[in-house]
Structures are given as C-alpha cells and as structure tokens.
Design a protein around this ligand. Structure first.
Ligand SMILES: Cc1cc2nc3c(=O)[nH]c(=O)nc-3n(C[C@H](O)[C@H](O)[C@H](O)COP(=O)(O)OP(=O)(O)OC[C@H]3O[C@@H](n4cnc5c(N)ncnc54)[C@H](O)[C@@H]3O)c2cc1C
Length: 504
C-alpha cells in the first residue's frame, strides 16, 4: 500500500511529491508521458512561488537556471514600475522556462525518495474505507491510502470523480511555437511593435540561438486543442495579423491554447483530491497557473501528511479546499478581467486607458500586483492581528534568516519573549527563541506552509490555538505544562546547534 499516489508528474504533482516526502510518506507519481514534453508553456515564477522555493532550500538551483526581471506589465500588459512597499525579499519575476521548472521539481522529488513512474496512465479509480485503487492503462491496479489528481486541465481523475467543472468554454484560441525566422531582428521588432498597438495577443520574440517564440491569434476555436497546428497555419495567421510571416521555418514545436476558464466544484471527494490545473484552468494572462499549482501543493502537502500520520485535527484536510478554492476563484476572475482589457474593441480599450490611469495610484497597482504574485493572500482564520492568515515574509534573525529554518516543512514558533512553549508538539513544531529577530509581534506560530496561525505572547492563548492546526499534544491527554525548558537559538554554541539541528 502506497501512502499517496499522485496522478500527473507536472509541476504540481512533483511539488506535492516532494512536500509529502519531507514527512516520510511513501509517494508514487504516475506520469502518462514516457518523456518530458519539449513544449514550453510557463516562462516565469512570481514572488510567492520564489519564496516557497526559498522556504524549502530550492531557490539557489532555480536562480542558477533563471533570470531575474523587473515586474512590469504583469496586469493585462499595462506597463507600470513595480510598486513600493511590497513585503517580499523577491521583488522580481524569475524568468525560467517551464521545462526547466518541471525538471528541477522532478529532480527534487526523486532526490527526496518519491517513486516516479513514467509511461503510466491512470484510467480508472475506486475508493473504499481503507484507500483508493488506481487502474492503469495496461490493466494493473495499485492501492494507496490517498490519491491526488495533478493530471492537468483535462484531468481524468476529476472526470472519474464526477466533479463539476463549471465556467466558460474557450472563445478564442492562440497559436504558440518556437521556430526560426528569415528576417533581421530589427525587422521583427518593428513589425511586432506596430501590431501590438492594437493586438496584444500577438508576439514574436527572440529566446536565444536564433530561435523565436511566436504567439499569434488563431482563426476560430479548435475542436481538439491537443492537436498542434501546422507551420502553414502559423504562417497564415502571421500574415493575417502582421502582413508578413517573417519567413518562419524549422519549428522546434507548435501548440495552441484557449481561454477557457473553469473551476472544480470540489477539491476533495473522500480520499481523492485535486490540485493544479486539474482543479482550475484560465487564460495564461499574468503568468499565474503554474504558480497557483505549486502553491496548491504547498498548502496540501503537510495537511495530507498530517492526516496520514494520524495527528491531523478534524477539518484540517478539508481546509485545503476552503483555503485554496477562493484563491483560484480570484485568479480566474483577474484573468477574465485581463482578457477583456486585451481586447482591441473600442469599449475595452477605453476601459484599459482608465485602468492604466488608476494604476498610477500606488495602492491600486500594489493591490493588483499582490494578486498576480500571490503575496496578498490572506486565508480566513477569523478575526485578529493583520498577520493572521497571511504568509510570513522572510525575516532577519540574530543569526541567519527565517526561511533557512523552514526547510523541513514543520510548524514553527517564532518567539521573541523566551516565555512560550510548544512542549507536547515538539515532534511537529520547532521553537525558535530569538530576542533580536525582525518580528513585529512578540511571537507568531507558523504553519508548515509559512502562514501565520497565531500571534501573541500568552501561553494559555497559544495552547488554545495549537490543537486546531497541530492536533493533540503527544504522549497523553494532559494539558502541556507552560514551563518547559526553552532553547535560545542565539545562545547555543554553533557545534551544539549543528548537533541538535537548528531547533534543538
Ligand atoms: C501558453 C501558456 C503559457 C503559460 N504561461 C504561464 C506562466 O508564465 N506562468 C504560470 O504560472 N503558468 C503559465 N501557464 C500555465 C501552466 O503551464 C500550467 O498552469 C501548469 O503547467 C499546470 O501544472 P500542473 O502540474 O497542474 O498540470 P500539467 O503541467 O498539465 O501537468 C499534468 C501532467 O499530468 C499528466 N497526465 C495527464 N493525464 C494523466 C493520467 N491520466 N495519468 C497520468 N498522468 C497524466 C500529463 O502528462 C502532465 O505531465 C501557461 C500556460 C500556457 C498554455
């Protein structure tokens, strides 16, 4: 019996596999394709995903393969400089092709011990009280305690569950591909600038080695979008919109995408869950889909691990839907709005001018960028301090920084007072006492995904909140003592910290 089968080895599935492996679960990823695709969809990662990578110690390997770009034009391609006062250490877009992101996440999952089987397509599933049976295309059956469908927008898992996927079908298709051109770069740039004055779904841009990424509106909407366009179709549409096909030739790959916008009605049915594109699809405006999937996985991983380990409080696993469904609904809405603002029609163009004026107000622009970068997300944990429900940005500690302490995917009590204790939960929560840390409150309890579950300074108040996120204290039913021995992260000699781990 596997603990978790993940159907789909895209970025969401691999991120989830890695998160589950941090907690020692036996994870099997089933990926239907024998080889990773050549097709490059996403081109970048936004601030919150970059933070997530940093929280798990992955950022250096991503930075080594990407380029840091200023965040300009990420809302409906309306160009404004990055707003001030965004609370993140990563005020940039990390330009990195999805093929590289997918590879790095797959390598990470494998390094941590996830079993990855390529060329394995899930075609059926059933569930009972003990687990889930997955049926593969070759007729084999596999068992697991839980199964997560990370199998993309056409998700087989979602369809087998019968989960509704309401929304709007595609109204427009766009052709996409990488190919060479037969004209000088200056000619391409001049023509593209002219076309983009009225058609923002058009682009021909160099990506290195003489290869260009071509994006051009298609004629009509395809019956089957999985069938790639021909080069002739791309040439025809280039001539239609630009008056020239730039002599395109030698395509590396060709593809098409639509603007269908849909959201799964439920993210969980019993022991089966949905994440990433399997749960939500929308146009690629603002570059949010892959980021959303990585962050779904980050939210779900520790909750599913807690459920399987047996310490999850009631409702913890269902909070995955409660928290992430509204986030996706908001992304769908902002992409719908962006699609309207890209239209060449006179009405939307007036709206676009008005929107551009409004974005000169710092607060408006910041609000939109916080949506696109997912740094503005606040889960509903009830009334309380403004930090409650938000992700904690990276903080300076007396020695090191916060995100260096979150690599293991455990809860974390940040404590400036030295008077608090998480005794009883020490197997799930680390405790850092640091009087000099750059924290605006006396103490904060972080979930394994870095969202703030509690702020305050009172031990009894803390004890009343701990069980709702971290379950019952270990060992007995007693209420844990308030006077456990404290470990100061700043007073231990280095050798001792290494021996104990950063949390003692
Ligand atoms: C043109 C374009 C540009 C984009 N640009 C951006 C961007 O800049 N930024 C951004 O964040 N997002 C972007 N996106 C969106 C992004 O590509 C997706 O949101 C992302 O790939 C979703 O990841 P996923 O793992 O959920 O699904 P997928 O990447 O679709 O992976 C699903 C995997 O499941 C496998 N699978 C399917 N069915 C089965 C089955 N039955 N059994 C086993 N395996 C199965 C598939 O082979 C695939 O490997 C863009 C999308 C497009 C089309």
């Amino acid at each position: 019996m596997n603990d978790v089968i993940i159907a789909g080895g895209g970025p969401t599935g691999m991120m989830l596999a890695a998160e589950l492996r941090l907690h020692g679960l036996h994870v099997l990823v089933l990926e239907k394709e024998a080889e990773p695709p050549a097709l490059v969809r996403a081109l970048g990662l936004h601030a919150r995903s970059i933070e997530v990578l940093d929280q798990r110690g992955l950022l250096d390997r991503f930075l080594a393969h990407g380029q840091q770009h200023p965040v300009v034009g990420f809302f409906a391609a309306i160009k404004k400089p990055w707003p001030d006062h965004l609370r993140t250490a990563h005020s940039y877009v990390l330009g990195i092709p999805q093929t590289t992101t997918d590879r790095l996440l797959a390598e990470r999952a494998a390094e941590l011990g996830a079993e990855i089987r390529r060329g394995c397509e899930l075609v059926g599933l059933s569930q009972d009280h003990d687990g889930v049976t997955a049926e593969l295309a070759d007729g084999r059956r596999l068992r697991s305690r839980y199964l997560v469908g990370c199998d993309g927008g056409r998700s087989t898992v979602r369809k087998l569950l019968g989960v509704g996927f309401p929304g709007e079908p595609s109204r427009v298709d766009t052709l996409l591909g990488e190919m060479e051109v037969a004209v000088p770069p200056e000619t391409v740039a001049t023509v593209v600038a002219e076309v983009r004055k009225t058609q923002l779904r058009f682009g021909v841009g160099p990506i290195g080695d003489g290869v260009y990424r071509v994006v051009v509106p298609a004629e009509g909407v395809a019956d089957d979008r999985s069938v790639p366009p021909t080069l002739e179709e791309v040439e025809q549409q280039l001539r239609e919109w630009a008056g020239t096909d730039f002599g395109v030739h030698s395509p590396r790959w060709l593809s098409r995408f639509g603007d269908a916008t849909r959201l799964a009605e439920r993210y969980r049915v019993g022991r089966v869950l949905l994440a990433g594109d399997a749960a939500h699809i929308h146009p690629p405006m603002g570059g949010q889909g892959l980021n959303l999937g990585i962050q779904d996985a980050f939210n779900l991983g520790w909750k599913l691990a807690a459920e399987i380990a047996g310490w999850a409080p009631d409702g913890l696993l269902d909070s995955y839907h409660t928290e992430r469904h509204p986030v996706a609904a908001d992304v769908l809405d902002n992409t719908r709005a962006q699609m309207e603002l890209l239209s060449p029609e006179p009405g939307p163009r007036s709206l676009r001018r008005l929107m551009s004026e409004l974005m000169d107000f710092e607060d408006v622009h910041r609000h939109l960028i916080e949506k696109i970068t997912a740094t503005g997300i606040r889960y509903d944990f009830g009334d309380g301090h403004d930090l409650l429900g938000r992700r904690m940005p990276d903080l300076g500690l007396e020695r090191g920084r916060l995100y260096e302490l979150t690599r293991g995917g455990r809860g974390l009590l940040l404590d400036r007072t030295g008077r608090l204790s998480v005794e009883g939960w020490a197997d799930r929560i680390d405790h850092v006492v640091d009087g000099g840390m750059d924290l605006e409150v006396p103490a904060a309890l972080l979930r394994p995904d870095g969202h703030v579950a509690w702020v305050g300074e009172d031990q009894h108040d803390l004890l009343s909140r701990l069980p709702s996120w971290f379950g019952r204290p270990r060992g007995s039913d007693r209420t844990p003592a308030c006077t456990s021995e404290l470990i100061s992260s700043t007073s231990l000699p280095d050798a001792e910290i290494r021996a104990r781990g950063p949390f003692g």
